[in-house]
Write a protein that binds this ligand. Structure first.
Ligand SMILES: Cc1cc2nc3c(=O)[nH]c(=O)nc-3n(C[C@H](O)[C@H](O)[C@H](O)COP(=O)(O)O)c2cc1C
Length: 315
């Protein structure tokens, strides 16, 4: 459906999934997706042009936005740039889906609950991403292991289901295929790659993190977001009444100089308080690797496991 070789999708991570990373994943046979939510006007168009100098493989764009004017400009760039897929964290209006379909662009929707997936399919989406609470970034409360098969039961007769949240290697891919998913959407593991865009200390923080070093906190944006636990999140754990609603808290964290998502590589930040969105899979990140190698490793490990399981069944 996406015209790709491997069912491995780079999550459209705001601040992280820019052209070098998107290209590396698409070139390796998966599909890279831009995280356009942190991009300023005109930046997505430039990023797509830069991508096309490196690869002619299919790519996607993820636009998580509550602002209609941002959505409109973003959609224009997605259409003009020739994206294969468009993914939205919030619901996509029916007329926008029709417009994208008229340009042969497939539309996906991020879902943290079964009913989100059912609504996305009813509004015309071509695939859904079932994202469990383990995921980095804004996230819900249902775990990947429980969510994926329930979303599969609800909608897979109509559209493909992609699994997300806490997946970082071929074991996760094989497991999600066993749960009935058609592929995986991976975020955190791809942050600790050479090609990912990241402010100072972000990639290293993931390498240093253990599986319980992340926390769901509203302290950076006002919405529940899984991040590396630090002094900022701990302060607000003690003072939840001081947290403002979205987007006021996002403005407050920017003003306090602890929220630099989307800033260029190498931006100096206070690493003890900075916004480092990350999932529970961070504990499995031990090195900063080339993204294409990760795709190949994930696929070959999954193939090996599935072959072994196939042999097990025959015996
Ligand atoms: C740094 C970061 C930024 C993210 N930004 C977005 C976003 O802009 N839009 C969106 O739909 N999801 C976003 N997500 C969620 C991812 O798309 C994805 O579902 C998640 O990373 C998968 O879980 P994992 O991190 O455990 O692999 C973000 C996640 C991270 C870690």
């Amino acid at each position: 459906m996406f015209e790709i070789e491997h069912p491995v999708m780079l999550a459209g991570m705001g601040g992280v999934s820019y052209h070098q990373l998107v290209a590396a994943v698409s070139e390796a046979g998966g599909i890279g997706t831009f995280g356009a939510s942190t991009m300023r006007d005109g930046e997505l168009a430039k990023e797509i042009s830069a991508l096309k100098t490196i690869t002619s493989k299919p790519f996607g764009v993820d636009l998580l936005t509550a602002l209609p004017q941002h959505l409109e400009q973003g959609i224009r760039d997605v259409v003009a740039g020739g994206a294969r897929i468009f993914v939205a964290g919030l619901g996509v209006p029916r007329d926008v889906i029709d417009l994208l379909h008229s340009h042969n662009i497939l539309v996906g929707s991020m879902c943290g609950k079964v009913r989100h997936a059912v609504a996305a399919v009813a509004s015309g989406c071509d695939f859904v991403v079932a994202q469990g609470t383990e995921a980095g970034g804004h996230t819900g409360l249902v775990a990947t292991m429980a969510l994926v098969p329930q979303v599969v039961d609800a909608v897979s007769a109509q559209v493909p289901v992609v699994a997300a949240g806490g997946l970082f290697d071929g074991r996760g891919l094989a497991a999600c295929l066993a749960l009935g998913a058609d592929g995986v959407w991976i975020g955190t593991r791809f942050i600790a790659t050479i090609e990912a865009r990241a402010v100072n200390g972000y990639k290293e923080a993931l390498v240093a993190s253990r599986e319980d070093d992340t926390v769901i906190s509203r302290s950076y944006t006002g919405k529940p977001c899984r991040v590396v636990r630090n002094e900022w999140t701990s302060y607000y754990e003690q003072h939840p009444e001081e947290i403002q609603t979205f987007p006021l808290q996002a403005i407050a964290s920017s003003k306090a100089k602890v929220n630099h998502l989307g800033y260029p590589d190498g931006t100096q930040v206070d690493e003890s308080r900075e916004f480092y969105p990350a999932g529970q899979g961070a504990g499995a990140v031990h090195a900063i690797l080339p993204a294409g190698q990760l795709v190949i490793d994930i696929v070959s490990q999954a193939e090996q496991i599935l072959t072994q399981l196939g042999n097990f069944k025959k015996n």
